[in-house]
Design a protein around this ligand. Structure first.
Ligand SMILES: Cc1cc2nc3c(=O)[nH]c(=O)nc-3n(C[C@H](O)[C@H](O)[C@H](O)COP(=O)(O)OP(=O)(O)OC[C@H]3O[C@@H](n4cnc5c(N)ncnc54)[C@H](O)[C@@H]3O)c2cc1C
Length: 614
């Protein structure tokens, strides 16, 4: 029986594990935390699928159209069309697994609105959709564990990929985080489903495990990292001393309104005023920039004069009643109340943008394979589905879609790969390398506190590499990170003795990976001299399709630790790029999109987008 290794047990990893296990593969599943604590568990608002339950005329084509448009035309179009087509099937699959999606009074799955569209396209389970989906998948995977088709390794940290001399990925070196033991595992295929990297920024909505270390390891071993500069900053997060917490877009989808006081003390609903076509539901890049403009340029503020804005559901509560709002948004509102002590049903919430998601990720082909044969990437770890800006509720979908299509892809890959290689020599070499690296870390006895260094690095990333970027700030950040990497050797590891649950050892290893990948993010932003989606340069304010309608590919240079940037054409064969704006009405946009469908039909018919749905 063929062996697959899946690293990461969030929605992407669990879906791949389930599908591959059912196809007859043996799967070893590694996760740095118990899989039920994967970051997917935090997802609140929902998952997109154009089921058209409310008879609004929605369709997979329009879902595809709005995803490409919302991503400022940077996504390769064929995979996105596949995702939009399979989305309804994925939602129905979870319905059959028993996910308690909210229902309409008639008993149908209910759908809500999210940003970048005015269709009700988002299925949701209260405000804990990610948790419900994750637990449902975990339950299914447990059946395969009982049959010995799946073995879970929790908590295990990826240390290195095992790549044979012919350049093919053959397995992984991992560290058992309970006892510090180094283990090697070989397989016919390795799939990285290791999630995002939001923790690299001080102000973020992510879990502390989202360091991007695993993606960085692959990058350092030769995998291209694509579009690293595209970092999504979510407009509505609550500030916290330790971290920022998301107030989901679903709050605006259900009718929440964003406003602030101007310098005359007047309440300004600036998103509604500036973007009449979509109002509070403009995509995230636009909403975040608008909030920055409101606060930093126009001086808008809260009643106490703080540089923040309000997200307000008090009118909604008056109109529909507290029970109605609680049934739809209870989980999110509870978080706000718990951390601020303020009741959001009767007081507007104070919010400000924070880093949320990485559109960039490991470069993959249309079969999710990186440029290292045998190494695949799925979920937030790949770059494939969201272009320059992700639409809300499309991430859970892209994770599940990529996991779902893996069996056919792996079947086909294994027909061509040569499985002969000298495993003993290879294992020894990689184990020695990893042990050397860990010994080097254990022997760090300098004067720098690694957590303080990380804090400084993450603060610089937040300040210079998020919503508003310019050459000077990016150059500063780049040099800062390079210097931080030099300082790394002067870290003091403090606990260099214990093997059992040595969290500092694990963290310091990840810190270096983070800083190396940060250079790719910043360099990508420096080199892209235009504004597109989430990448906004005040010194190059316009989109420049002639020079930059291209995927950025960062390649690691082991001698300098720096990235080398090249570009690749974007596949726009279904939809020609257009100007992106959200001032005109949704109706007009949809009428145009439907006309374009007629032109695209003959091209779509030639594409075999359903091939991997089996
Ligand atoms: C607060 C919040 C709310 C969100 N809400 C929504 C929403 O409503 N709808 C939507 O579409 N999207 C939402 N998103 C985005 C979405 O949740 C994520 O993009 C998605 O869940 C990522 O899933 P994943 O399977 O790729 O990775 P994850 O769920 O992050 O899983 C990664 C896995 O990899 C493992 N791992 C990581 N590093 C290592 C390592 N070094 N070694 C070994 N294992 C490792 C982890 O243990 C974990 O099992 C939200 C994001 C946030 C931050």
């Amino acid at each position: 029986m063929k062996q697959v290794i899946v690293v990461g047990g969030g929605l992407a990893g669990l879906m791949a594990t389930l599908r591959l296990g059912e196809r007859g593969y043996r799967v070893k599943l590694f996760s740095i935390v118990p899989v039920k604590r994967s970051h997917s568990v935090c997802a609140q608002g929902g998952i997109n699928a154009a089921i058209n339950a409310k008879g609004e005329g929605d369709s997979p084509w329009l879902h595809f159209y709005e995803t490409i448009y919302g991503g400022d035309f940077l996504a390769n179009q064929v995979p996105v069309l596949g995702m939009a087509e399979l989305a309804p099937k994925i939602v129905y699959l979870f319905d059959r697994m028993g996910v308690p999606f909210n229902r309409t009074p008639e008993g149908n799955i209910d759908f809500r609105r999210f940003g970048g569209t005015l269709f009700h396209r988002t299925a949701f389970a209260g405000a804990t959709t990610g948790q419900q989906l994750l637990y449902a998948l975990d339950e299914q995977v447990r059946k395969l564990e009982v049959d010995q088709k799946v073995i879970k390794y929790e908590p295990y940290q990826l240390m290195k990929l095992i790549i044979s001399d012919d350049g093919v990925c053959r397995g992984v070196v991992v560290m058992n985080l309970y006892n510090g033991e180094i283990e090697t595992h070989l397989a016919n295929v390795v799939i990285l489903a290791t999630g995002g990297l939001g923790y690299m920024f001080k102000e973020n909505t992510n879990s502390i495990i989202n360091t991007g270390s695993a993606g960085s390891i692959a990058y350092q071993q030769g995998a291209y990292f694509a579009n690293p500069e595209f970092i999504q900053v979510h407009p509505t997060a609550m500030k916290g001393y330790d971290k920022n917490r998301l107030i989901s877009e679903s709050v605006r989808g259900e009718g929440g309104r964003v406003w602030a006081y101007d310098s005359n003390g007047r309440k300004v609903y600036f998103l509604e005023e500036w973007y009449p076509g979509y109002g509070n539901l403009v995509p995230r890049d636009i909403a975040s920039r608008a909030i920055f403009k409101a606060v930093h340029e126009l001086g808008y503020h809260t009643a106490e004069g703080e540089p923040m804005v309000y997200l307000d559901i008090t009118e909604l509560v008056k109109e529909k009643g507290k029970d109605y709002v609680k049934a739809k948004l209870g989980g999110v509102l509870e978080i706000y109340e718990k951390f601020t002590g303020v009741d959001p049903y009767s007081n507007p919430m104070k919010i400000f943008p924070a880093v949320h998601y990485s559109m960039g990720g490991l470069w993959v082909d249309y079969n999710q394979m990186t440029n290292i044969p045998g190494l695949f990437a799925i979920g937030e770890q790949d770059y494939q589905y969201h272009g320059a800006n992700r639409l809300g509720a499309n991430s859970l979908l892209s994770c599940l879609y990529a996991g779902y299509i893996m069996p056919n892809i792996i079947d086909n890959y294994l027909k061509q790969v040569d499985s002969n290689f000298d495993s003993q020599k290879l294992i020894k070499r990689y184990v020695d390398e990893v042990k050397d690296e860990l010994n080097r870390i254990r022997n760090l006895k300098g004067s720098i506190n690694p957590y303080k260094l990380a804090d400084e690095f993450r603060t610089v990333m937040s300040k210079y590499v998020t919503v508003i970027r310019n050459q000077e700030g990016l150059n500063y950040a780049y040099n800062f990170v390079k210097e931080a990497l030099e300082k790394y050797n002067d870290i003091n590891i403090y606990d260099n003795q214990s093997y059992y649950a040595n969290t500092t050892l694990s963290y310091v290893k990840q810190l270096r990976d983070m800083m190396i990948l940060a250079l790719a993010i910043i360099k990508g932003a420096i080199e892209r001299k235009e504004s597109r989606g989430a990448h906004y340069r005040i010194d190059y304010e316009n989109r420049d399709d002639i020079n930059y309608l291209k995927t950025t590919k960062a390649k690691f240079n082991p001698n300098t630790l720096e990235p080398e940037i090249t570009y690749e054409e974007v596949d726009t064969r279904i939809l020609k790029p257009q100007e992106r704006e959200y001032k005109s009405s949704h109706k007009e946009k949809i009428a145009k999109a439907l006309k374009l469908y007629e032109q695209a039909k003959p091209i779509i018919e030639q594409l075999n987008i359903y091939a991997n749905f089996v």
